[in-house]
Design a protein around this ligand. Structure first.
Ligand code: HEM
Ligand code: HEM
Length: 223
């Protein structure tokens, strides 16, 4: 029986630094899951539990049992349901804020080649100074800049969200509560835009010259 010894290349590539560390991958999928959960709570409150939908629904259901509720009473019940979904949103929010903090700390402990800040600097350097493969360098730079914008957006989302969640503590800043809520609300659309661009980008990259990046984000890939 012939035993095939692993080649030097196999051994080296096995030990080679992963493209994405296990912790970053865990963060990526956990973060994606929690953001989707958070978006679902917003979707429920703005569709199924929207006052205009829920008020007649409650009135009709109560009517079937011979109870007549005014629009105000039914609206109050709807509002209470809305609040319980916001409670879930808040819990998703705490986890998301925790994950963001975790991502920040992770940046300090990543291997040099895996650090986001290093990758973004390398992309700018390649584009501005090296001037070779400009098309690829430009693409890399744009992608990394979009990720940087996303991290900034997530920070705004977490800060404004925490402000709303701890509004009692933030009572001295009551005057800006409305604006904070507006910012929180508006940033949701930017997050949605990021998700659409990101998914389309990953899909196109898989079809063109970066086939396998999704499995790299699952198994780590090789540098
Ligand atoms: C809510 C959903 C998602 C969010 C917020 C999100 C966010 C991110 C972020 C911030 C990065 C950059 C990580 C870093 O280097 O620091 C990233 C990378 C990546 N994501 Fe996602 N992601 C989401 C969903 C997905 C899905 C569904 C897929 C696969 C189909 C995916 C595939 C990837 C891949 C392959 C990369 C690495 C691409 C590269 O190196 O440029 N993501 N994602
Ligand atoms: C991607 C993440 C998030 C999205 C898309 C999102 C989206 C939203 C939206 C659209 C609203 C409604 C604002 C309005 O009524 O004008 C909202 C409210 C709120 N969000 Fe977020 N949010 C996110 C993250 C967070 C985080 C990290 C927290 C922190 C705990 C948080 C806490 C809250 C609170 C407390 C409210 C107010 C709920 C209420 O009216 O009682 N959110 N969020």
């Amino acid at each position: 029986m012939t035993v095939i010894e692993p080649s030097r290349k196999d051994i080296l590539s096995h030990n080679r630094t992963k493209k994405y560390s296990a912790t970053l991958r865990l963060w990526h999928w956990g973060n994606a899951l929690i953001i989707c959960g958070s978006l679902i709570t917003v979707l429920i409150n703005s569709t199924l539990l929207d006052r205009a939908n829920v008020t007649p629904l409650i009135q009709n259901e109560l009517n079937k049992d011979g109870v007549t509720a005014t629009a105000q009473q039914a609206g109050n019940i709807g509002h209470a349901l809305n609040d319980s979904v916001w409670e879930v949103h808040k819990w998703f929010g705490y986890v998301l804020a925790g994950l963001l903090l975790f991502r920040l700390i992770l940046e300090f402990f990543q291997l040099a080649d895996q650090k986001f800040i290093r990758k973004i600097k390398a992309a700018y350097h390649q584009f501005n100074q090296t001037k070779t493969n400009r098309q690829i360098a430009r693409h890399e730079m744009v992608v990394k800049t979009i990720y940087a914008c996303f991290y900034l957006l997530l920070t705004i989302m977490a800060l404004t969200g925490l402000f709303l969640a701890f509004e009692d503590l933030m009572a001295p800043y009551k005057a800006i509560r409305h604006s904070v809520k507006e910012v929180h609300n508006f940033c949701m659309y930017l997050i949605l835009a990021f998700i659409v661009v990101h998914l389309a980008g990953v899909f196109l990259a898989e079809r063109k010259d970066s086939a396998g990046i999704t499995s790299d984000m699952i198994n780590g890939g090789n540098q």
